[in-house]
Design a protein around this ligand. Sequence first.
Ligand SMILES: Cc1cc2nc3c(=O)[nH]c(=O)nc-3n(C[C@H](O)[C@H](O)[C@H](O)COP(=O)(O)OP(=O)(O)OC[C@H]3O[C@@H](n4cnc5c(N)ncnc54)[C@H](O)[C@@H]3O)c2cc1C
Length: 460
Amino acid sequence: MKDYKSYSFWLETCGDDLTPRAPLDGSIDVDVAILGAGYTGLWTAYYLLAKNPSLKIAIVEKEIAGFGASGRNGSWCTAHFPTSLGMIAEHHGREQAVALYRAMAASVDEVERAAKAENIDIHFMRGGSMTVARGPQQLPSVQAGYEEFAGLGLGDRVALLSKGQADARVKIEGVRGAVFYKDAANIHPGRLVRGLARAVEKKGAKIYEQTPVTDFSTGSKPALHTPCGDVRAKTLVLAGEAYLSQLPKTRRVLIPVYSLMTLTEPLSASDWAQIGWNNRECVDSCRLTIEYMAKTGDGRILFGGRGAPYHFGSRIEDEYDRHAPTIAMFQDSVRHWFPMLKDVRFTHAWGGPLGAPRDFMPTMMFDPGQGVASARGYVGNGVATTNLAGRVLSDLILGKQSEITRLPCVNHRSPNWEIEPFRYIGVHFIQNAFWNLDLKAERTGIAPSGKSIAERLTRH
Ligand SMILES: Cc1cc2nc3c(=O)[nH]c(=O)nc-3n(C[C@H](O)[C@H](O)[C@H](O)COP(=O)(O)OP(=O)(O)OC[C@H]3O[C@@H](n4cnc5c(N)ncnc54)[C@H](O)[C@@H]3O)c2cc1C
């Protein structure tokens, strides 16, 4: 039996003993069969049952509820959609961009409301998020982030912060200014996913753990196939995010991109007196290679980012969660960002794969003819987005038209990723290029132009 507590600080401290629920024991018939007990699968079940309590729902999970990104993430619950509002406006118009933003902000509120309603203490702290410019090379990005919102009439949701104003929130070495986003909260991800699993069970859904789906059938006889039997249903929901890349029929819809993080010991009162961070704002920088931070409810600093390698053939292995050079780099970063913490102890390090579609645009889709729904491709912005996805999928499956079923991500189809070895070569090229662009920007103090091949290929 795996030691599930060892997969993240969040699973370790969620308060559950993590003993797996019983696996599927023979074939069954249900109304809705859901692959995956992460936020997407659980929110979908939650809203389906809220709207139609008589539905028979089975959730089939290869490990335990919360094993995936939902039990391991960086704890940001924000209105940031994976695709930028500027890109949405460019492709779908300003109104759609604003509608999507408002739906995302409402999702942050809804996570708070639903958790309260279900008595799940997720340590919700609505402190906003702050993108800091660490050095002059990052100031244009901060300015652009503000202007994107202001240009869409969302100026009341953001604020440009001077160095002094940013320092007053969180004292970080080398910050020149920041953009502050109001619609963001910090949460305990493990408590959310484990609490949600219990909430949907109470409403009547059945969760089968330790039950890997090996394939699925759509069309006249939709079913999830597992070594323990088939789950036949009117509708399937594929909610496996990055892990969908491991199934033959969805191998190229996403790639698993590793995000890793490290966690300090709880800091002393005198450390916090120097740093501030009283509102537990989510904090990131403008690096292309992505670095993000959070302050946990028990007073630790979480520092994470991308940069761990992509593995040939979209392979996912437990050992990739702890790529030592990447973790060491983040620990160095903590010491650079907070020089007073030069002797701080790091107690945890973990990570996991997030799902990236070829165009970085998530989808929330339902094909009634084939009897299959799916929501996926959140590229590291899935905590609030999965709540929106659960509400969208439940409306689509129940045949209900609503404001959120008209959003641009609904029934969006991303192109497939390239076959190997082109995928591997392409992803490594982008990762290396981003790394070099960041280093050059830090050396010269000049922002990347946005015109390099890597930046143009990944614009989203
Ligand atoms: C390290 C990391 C940090 C992140 N940080 C943030 C953040 O701070 N803020 C934010 O908004 N987003 C963040 N994200 C993204 C966010 O966590 C995810 O988008 C979100 O949790 C996705 O939820 P999900 O339910 O779709 O997928 P998952 O939580 O990955 O759930 C999928 C589930 O399906 C199961 N499964 C997969 N394949 C099968 C199969 N064949 N048979 C049965 N079961 C299967 C898995 O075991 C898993 O439990 C982060 C992601 C990672 C990996």
